[in-house]
Design a binder for this molecule. Structure first.
Ligand code: FES
Length: 107
């Protein structure tokens, strides 16, 4: 089962086991990772599941769709090159060890 490393805004790191095909957003919620609101439940319609990927990991995940890129325009925290929506990235074994940073706010 792939492991995902969540890094909270205060620097705390939490490593969790995630079943394949679960989204990063659901992995965070299922593991009580704070800071992911996910108001729309994963429909790519709220941008409150904003996360940051490490630059080194950016090429490991599929590119953001046009809809995701447009939603990223509305994130509350600073948008960075590694900004993604957690509901739009499905975990696979190839993403084992992925590091996901949680922004300091979603609103
Ligand atoms: S949960 Fe709403 S955009 Fe991801």
């Amino acid at each position: 089962m792939p492991q995902i490393v969540f890094v909270l805004p205060d620097g705390e790191r939490r490593t969790v086991d995630v079943p394949e095909r679960l989204s990063i957003m659901l992995a965070a919620i299922d593991n009580d990772i704070p800071g992911i609101a996910a108001e729309c439940g994963g429909a790519c319609a709220c941008a409150t599941c904003h996360i940051y990927l490490d630059p080194a990991d950016a090429d490991r995940v599929p590119s953001a769709s046009l809809m995701e890129r447009e939603m990223l325009d509305g994130v509350a925290a600073e948008r960075r090159p590694g900004s993604r929506l957690g509901c739009q990235i499905a975990i696979t074994n190839a993403l084992d060890g992925l590091t996901v940073h949680i922004p300091d706010r979603q609103y």
